[in-house]
Design a protein around this ligand. Structure first.
Ligand SMILES: Nc1ncnc2c1ncn2[C@@H]1O[C@H](COP(=O)(O)OC(=O)CCCC[C@@H]2CCSS2)[C@@H](O)[C@H]1O
Length: 338
């Protein structure tokens, strides 16, 4: 069998693509090397140890149907629409070497007359005027006998949407975990008009096969195909799950405060695995009892508008005397946690 494989996903589902990447990586023989090319529709992909509430604007993402996908590799949060392409270079050790794969990407871009530079962090940048702008971010995974390097390529993404989903509402979060490193970004179609996924995929494959002096048939992969990827369905379910994407967030505390004309309120939420473990509400309003009830009832609730909102609705239904102020409190709290 050929030592070198080139796989191209025809799916735009981020959870499917991350699952395919994982299964191929785990099942491949360390004697083999693989280039996997894929892209996702409208997704924010966060690093293994990130807090989506700190990194992204979750409510805007929900409104616009933007998915959240947590990956297993470290690093920051990136936005991906179909104007962004991803590559993954996998190899056994000792062949696995991210300098080699980075150079293959740079060679591929040279084939398209694009002069790009690796900037020492994990970024690839191009010069625009006297500015260096990032168009690619990378992350890495290694096990005992193998490793992979995956990265993005901004070709013709919507950069306004990118900035909008990666700008969270300001919140007072006391949180551990990795924060993203914001950069000035650009699309490669600013450098080379008409560039797209097919053109870049072709160049990556040419540079990859050229480097290893290999010739292979490209293997295409899509959901529902009859390919030999044992365990894919379970891993796809895993990547699609709330427990992985939100629930794996490192513990954090959210402090919220607001002054209303009926009194001031301070709320402390301790969130573990995406659920409110502990809640404290302090108020100087004339009747603190509904807030005391709420502090009790939301313990164990998911840290999201739907579940917290349901507790607030129940509270309002049983405290008609305070309905006006509680409605006001509800709309503020809903906006503040998203
Ligand atoms: N799609 C995309 N490509 C390149 N840079 C981006 C992108 N989206 C946002 N950004 C910029 O990078 C920073 C975050 O940079 P930071 O260095 O913190 O994180 C990364 O680069 C992670 C790269 C992960 C690559 C994986 C490969 C397959 S799935 S995701 C963000 O704030 C923006 O300024």
């Amino acid at each position: 069998m050929n030592k070198t494989r080139v796989l191209v996903s025809t799916s735009n589902n981020p959870w499917f693509n991350l699952a395919v990447e994982e299964v191929i990586f785990e099942k491949m023989s360390p004697e083999h090397r693989v280039l996997f090319i894929w892209r996702n529709i409208d997704t924010v992909v966060i690093g293994r140890a990130q807090n989506p509430w700190r990194e992204c604007n979750i409510s805007r993402m929900e409104e616009d149907n933007v998915k959240l996908a947590r990956r297993r590799t470290g690093g920051g949060a990136v936005f991906q629409d179909t104007g962004n392409s991803n590559f993954t270079f996998m190899a056994g050790k000792p062949e696995y070497d991210k300098t080699v794969s980075t150079n293959i990407v740079l060679d591929a871009l040279k084939l398209l007359d694009i002069d790009a530079i690796a900037n020492g962090r994990n970024d690839l940048v191009v010069q625009e005027g006297d500015m260096l702008r990032k168009f690619s971010g990378s992350a890495y995974r290694e096990t005992k006998d193998r490793g992979f390097h995956h990265g993005t390529l901004l070709l013709h993404s919507d950069l306004n949407r990118l900035a909008s989903y990666l700008t969270p509402n300001p919140k007072k979060l006391a949180a551990k975990g990795i924060t993203s490193v914001k950069s000035r970004v650009t699309n490669l179609d600013q450098i080379k008009q008409g560039i797209n996924h097919d053109v870049v995929s072709g160049a990556l494959i040419e540079a990859y096969l050229g480097h290893y002096e290999a010739e292979v048939e490209i293997e295409y992969i899509a959901p529902g195909d009859n390919y030999d990827l044992p365990g894919l369905e379970e891993i796809f379910q895993f990547y699609s799950s709330w427990d992985w994407n939100y629930g794996k967030t490192p513990e954090f505390t959210h402090l919220l405060d607001e002054r209303f004309n009926w009194g001031g309120v301070e709320v402390f939420l301790n969130v573990t695995k995406g659920r409110i473990q502990d809640a404290r509400l302090y108020t100087d309003s004339l009747d603190p009892s509904p807030f005391e009830q709420l502090a009790e009832s939301i313990k164990g609730s998911g840290y999201n508008q739907r579940e917290v909102g349901a507790h607030l609705d129940a509270l309002i239904a049983s405290n008609r005397a305070n309905e006006g102020s509680l409605q006001e409190f509800r709309s503020w709290l809903m906006g503040a946690i998203a």
